[in-house]
Design a protein around this ligand. Structure first.
Ligand SMILES: [Mn+2]
Length: 319
């Protein structure tokens, strides 16, 4: 962390990249670095493989995020944030060869693909790690930068509900609030600015809910046809998987999302001690103990069968 703090101080040009379909942590931690480095009068760019979802449009620097990743910016330092896999952030190995390549993440499945790797699975959000680095560097955090860090922490802790939330998480949040940021403004933009069509889609998705293993596994899905009928896209499914997990007695909730015909992105959420990161890895993905994801390229019914099989361990009561 000290090395990274020194690099932020000493180097002059930076590129920040995070994973495709960036969530609040990816967007927030990218823009926090961007905004801090701008304030330090550095040359800095932010890139992402895909356009960030419209719910982040309220952020001052939303338009600074360029996409896709060009692998062409002439910079001294490249930093990936919240990216468990190099392939998910669109960075070319050849491109970073002659650069300082820093990987800042909190996914325990991260293979440490950078020259310098800060991987802290205990950090509630990458925003917390970045706050630590700024603090160590002695940087003053502006209201704007604090807003980005707060977004990162708010979203990755499920509004301070998940077990990753610690006294330190609240400490950092309180320090961010002391800069004068508007917590309600951030929360209302993220959680209470939904498109009408997205809620119509949610209605369709909830109709597909099914339970397995005596109510421990809940599965729901969204198909291309449902997107078409409700005039929605994958962006509109943010948070849908949480409804599957929210059912009493459910230990694992799964959302299958048909991004292309018979190609499903699967999102997995669990409660308590059930670790779903290994299952996600088996589906070519990864993530955290309680939140992970992967892919299945099969027709819907077959894909659901595969998911049910993968969670057969739920029949064993481990407590
Ligand atoms: Mn994260």
């Amino acid at each position: 962390m000290k090395r990274v703090a020194d690099i932020l101080k000493q180097k002059h040009s930076f590129l920040i990249v995070s994973h495709k379909n960036p969530d609040g942590d990816a967007v927030g931690s990218s823009l926090a670095l961007y905004s801090m480095l701008k304030e330090l009068n550095k040359e800095v760019y932010v890139e992402n493989p895909t356009k960030p979802a419209y719910i982040y449009e309220f952020l001052d620097d939303y338009d600074a995020i360029e996409y896709p990743v060009s692998n062409a910016k002439d910079v001294e330092v490249v930093i990936t944030v919240d990216s468990a896999e190099l392939s998910r952030c669109g960075i070319d190995k050849d491109y970073v060869k002659d650069k300082i390549f820093i990987n800042i993440d909190h996914h325990k499945t991260n293979p440490a693909f950078g020259d310098i790797n800060i991987i802290e699975p205990k950090a509630a959000a990458v925003g917390c790690i970045i706050w630590d680095i700024f603090n160590l560097a002695g940087f003053e955090i502006s209201k704007k930068t604090a807003t980005y860090l707060y977004l990162s922490i708010l979203t990755d802790t499920g509004s301070f509900r998940y077990s990753s939330t610690t006294p330190k998480t609240f400490y950092i949040a309180s320090k961010l609030l002391e800069t004068g940021i508007d917590a309600w403004w951030v929360a209302s933009n993220v959680y209470e600015s939904q498109r009408f069509e997205a809620l119509k889609l949610l209605g369709e998705v909830l109709k597909t809910l099914q339970l397995h293993y005596g109510g421990k596994l809940a599965i729901e899905y969204v198909t291309q046809e449902m997107f078409k009928n409700t005039n929605t896209t994958a962006d509109d499914t943010e948070g849908f998987v949480n409804f599957a997990r929210s059912i009493k007695g459910v230990e694992v909730g799964v959302l299958l999302r048909e991004d292309e015909p018979e190609k499903f992105k699967i999102s997995i959420r669990s409660k308590g001690n059930v670790d779903v990161s290994n299952v996600a890895e088996a589906f070519g993905g990864g993530g955290h103990k309680n939140a992970a994801g992967g892919n299945i390229d099969l027709p819907l019914n077959k894909a659901i069968e595969r998911i049910i099989e993968a969670f057969a361990f739920l029949t064993k009561d481990e407590r």
